[in-house]
Design a protein around this ligand. Structure first.
Ligand SMILES: NC(=O)c1ccc[n+]([C@@H]2O[C@H](COP(=O)([O-])OP(=O)(O)OC[C@H]3O[C@@H](n4cnc5c(N)ncnc54)[C@H](OP(=O)(O)O)[C@@H]3O)[C@@H](O)[C@H]2O)c1
Length: 314
């Protein structure tokens, strides 16, 4: 199916009566995705680690969309306990979930840090936390009318990524950007594998991936207090300046994610991003998939390792 030129969320169907969860919705792309879904009538649960930032995001959303059906719930993807508690809380509130947007992310923490469960921070937050969340929420997703959608937010950084199975947690060798690249490649591999598993198992679930190109958000701002070396500071500065001058707005960066979450034209197992030069900005189109995301053996091995590490069977 062709994608309308200049697709925006206004082209999506009415989402009244649909429930959506957006991770990392306190700012950046997640906030724009939550706003877009709410603008079509969906009931949106914004999630994040920080209740103050959550309250601020809700206030901003209500100021822009007074009719929005939206709430904030705490969810820290760097803690499997928090992921399980959030899922249990959600199951008390609803029997079905129509849209899950696995968006939250951290980029290039200067020094190797760990999640509450001892995973390298980026792999644990960006990937393993979302793996566990999707596993916990699968029973709700498969009950959605027409099957729930799981949207995984990947990145152009996946092109430089490798899944280093003998050092997934960067214990022997850690570099801030390669850990980020691995985590975003893992997000994309997961989306493609979830689609294959859902189809072969007959789950009523749609798995679709998207990336925002380069978008002006807080992703390149370190919230870590860890000291940074000169190379990391320089890299972070280059990324920040690059995103500021060459990137698109957060609203535009959110479009491919919204397309994956709400457009009837989005294909199961599809990958969407901006269509401009280098996929850095522009209108929504099919994104190119890095070859290392297409290996079935890597996908199966990553899935098995993720089930073991998280203790969540998908
Ligand atoms: N911006 C870009 O150009 C770009 C490019 C490619 C891919 N991406 C991807 O897009 C996604 C969103 O990034 P962004 O650019 O919007 O960055 P951002 O402005 O920094 O937003 C990141 C969001 O993730 C949340 N988050 C971070 N750690 C979390 C944790 N442990 N548990 C729960 N939530 C957590 C943050 O919430 P709190 O800090 O409030 O908890 C915030 O809401 C990420 O997956 C990123 O990899 C972005």
């Amino acid at each position: 199916m062709t994608i309308a030129a200049k697709w925006t969320i206004d082209r999506a169907p009415d989402l009244t009566g649909r429930t959506a969860v957006v991770t990392g919705a306190t700012g950046g792309l997640g906030y724009e995705v939550a706003r877009g879904l709410a603008s079509r009538g969906a009931s949106v649960l914004l999630t994040g680690r920080d209740a103050v930032r959550g309250a601020r995001a809700l206030d901003a959303l209500r100021a822009q969309l007074p009719e929005a059906r939206a709430e904030f719930l705490p969810l820290d993807l760097a803690s499997l306990r928090s992921v399980a508690d959030f899922a249990a809380d959600l199951k008390e509130r609803t029997d079905t979930l129509d849209i899950l947007v696995n968006n939250a992310g951290v980029m290039a923490s200067p020094r190797r840090q760990e999640t509450a469960d001892g995973f390298e921070l980026q792999f644990g937050t960006n990937y393993l936390g979302h793996f566990a969340l999707t596993g916990h929420l699968r029973p709700l997703l498969v009950r959605a009318t027409g099957g729930g959608r799981v949207v995984s937010v990947a990145s152009l950084a996946a092109w430089q990524g490798q899944i280093v199975f003998d050092d997934l947690q960067g214990r022997h060798r850690y570099t801030p950007f390669s850990a980020y690249q691995q985590s975003k490649l893992a997000n994309l591999i997961f989306a493609l594998e979830l689609n294959r598993v859902a189809q072969s198992a007959g789950w009523r679930l749609h798995s679709i991936a998207a990336h925002p190109g380069w978008a002006r958000t807080d992703i390149a701002v370190s919230r870590s207090s860890a000291p940074q070396g000169i190379v990391e500071r320089l890299m972070r500065r280059i990324v920040r300046v690059g995103f500021r001058y060459l990137g698109q707005s957060a609203e535009a960066g959110a479009r491919p994610i919204l397309f994956a979450a709400a457009a009837p034209e989005a294909r199961d197992g599809g990958y969407y991003g901006p269509g401009g030069r280098g996929e850095r900005r522009g209108r929504v189109t099919e994104a190119r998939i890095p070859p290392q995301a297409l290996s079935l053996s890597v996908a199966r091995r990553l899935w098995a390792v993720s089930e073991r590490l998280t203790g969540v069977a998908l």
